[in-house]
Ligand binder design. Sequence first.
Ligand code: ATP
Ligand code: MN
Length: 463
Amino acid sequence: MKERNKIKDLLQATQVDVDVHIKGWVRTKRGNKNIAFININDGSTIKNIQVVAEMASFDESLMKKITTGACVAVTGRLVESLGKGQTVEIQAHKIELYGEADPEKYPLQKKGHSLEFLREIAHLRFRTNTFGAVFRIRHALAYAIHKYFDEHGFVYLHTPIITGSDAEGAGEMFRVTTLDVNNPPRKDDGTIDFHEDFFGKETKLTVSGQLEAELGAMSLSEVYTFGPTFRAENSNTPRHLAEFWMIEPEMAFYDIHDNMDLAEDFVKYLVRYALENNADDLAFLQKMYDEDLIDRLRFILENTFVRATYTEAVTILEKSGQKFEFPVQWGADLQAEHERYLVEKHYKKPVILTDYPKNIKAFYMKQNDDGKTVRAMDVLFPRIGEIIGGSQREEDYQKLNVRIKELNLPEKDLWWYLETRKFGTAPHSGFGLGFERLVLFVTGMANIRDVIPFPRTPKNAEF
Ligand code: ATP
Ligand code: MN
């Protein structure tokens, strides 16, 4: 294969008057009967490179087929550009057409489609500037996550996607089965006999890798998961997906304060990484969608996160005089509108709330001495509300066991989890960061469906 130059490298090139070879997709073409200016993008950067073609040097039928969306390879000379808007351009010597895109039929022939429309053509929306920017940033954040944990001595643990336990209680689960749905085997009492199912028991798609990550932390000390999780919650909101990716660090010997310190340092690192490595893409998204984007990212870096208790937050909200859609009351979960009020209006800083009522949090959270609250911590961001949910975990076997009984959780599914508290238990903590909530925040996009390549939401799994 002939060596291919990436457009990103050419646009930063310090040397001109060299032969180059690019491949990419035509974004625009303009010109006259003598000369054509073709803008080409190969995904390496949001910027296009301009190719200049003398019409006389090329086959007329070929030039006709070079339209928006077509895929081409161009060989030519990199020269300084005399035109406005670019420093270099390519003087084409040879153009090869890989694939044409009939202008009558190509859905992206014109610019300026709505994000809603682009969701309906998710197979083609990668070809827009917006989705190029979003998915380059998504990639950079995924890379930065692994980099951060590697630099801090965490072990990447792959936890199962199919689970036999539905005790996590984080949301409704999807069933995994190979039984014939039209004619499942039944027991004498008429209920379905899952002994005949693939795994010999009922299985579901996981809602979280946390419980398994905890097992790893009880030997490796610091671990993290980064994988897909599934929730069959029928919530059609701009912040919920049925399939989303979650990052879940789990650390032995961390108390809740260590946990908060890690969460703050971690998200700041990720935001800083994007600011340093995705400047062009962020500038584009700021211009097109969200004029406050970069300020909001800096706001995360420049502020120490406020730490307050749930109880303090409820008092603030009650005294705020604000009209909320959902009432505020000690014991009820906070809604995004409440979380955003605390961050954007009251503290004007990112906030970490701790010590939530035990009845609205999961069974595994460490119980406080007051008998009412647990050592939970939620990190709240502007625009998003909750971006991280975590806690110190209950390491005491007796207390955990009592809580499991109180909540009527299926003990038979949790015996392995409880054994970690029987053998060499240790204080430990962890949290879950919803990856798409992070990408949503960093890109400034408004809908979570626009930050994952193929969103899974109620009634939507086309692509
Ligand atoms: P929410 O109240 O927003 O539904 P949650 O309390 O159900 O969130 P957790 O179970 O604590 O969330 O999950 C940890 C993190 O995963 C959340 O902080 C959030 O960033 C993310 N998250 C949770 N549910 C979803 C979802 N359906 N789609 C995308 N991200 C999600
Ligand atoms: Mn939820």
